[in-house]
Write a protein that binds this ligand. Structure first.
Ligand SMILES: [Ca+2]
Ligand SMILES: [Ca+2]
Length: 124
């Protein structure tokens, strides 16, 4: 899965396979929503704590927002950005269970109208 993701991202970035030696374009869980990542925020309008994911996370209940470490990520996000080249799916349960939806590549939602405070797992 990681390999598939890398090559998909590389294609979008216009990098060649020789780009393997280049530094990664995104650093997961560094508090910055970067190209290649799907990001959740505790508050609407991308504020008050972020969880930036490069890889799928099947249980967001064991993570806390960066910049707001008293708040768990699971069932607790209110805005989202998909800066990945891939579609990300979100689920109301852990391990991709329950009601689901998705954010297309490049899609952002400052209010998270459909999924607010409901997401427990996310995957591409
Ligand atoms: Ca990041
Ligand atoms: Ca997790």
């Amino acid at each position: 899965m990681k390999l598939v993701k890398f090559f998909a991202a590389a294609a979008v970035a216009g990098m060649s396979i020789a780009g393997l030696a280049a530094p990664a374009s995104a650093t997961e869980h560094n508090g910055v929503c970067e190209s290649g990542e799907f990001c959740l925020w505790y508050n609407p309008n991308y504020a008050n704590g972020i969880w930036d994911m490069y890889y799928s996370d099947l249980n967001l209940n064991d993570n806390y927002f960066i910049g707001n470490s008293s708040q768990r990520v699971g069932n607790n996000s209110a805005s989202a950005k998909n800066l990945d080249s891939l579609r990300w799916y979100v689920y109301f349960g852990t391990n991709k269970t329950g009601t689901s939806g998705w954010y297309d590549s490049g899609e952002v939602n400052s209010q998270m109208t459909n999924f607010r405070n409901q997401i427990e797992s996310a995957s591409y």
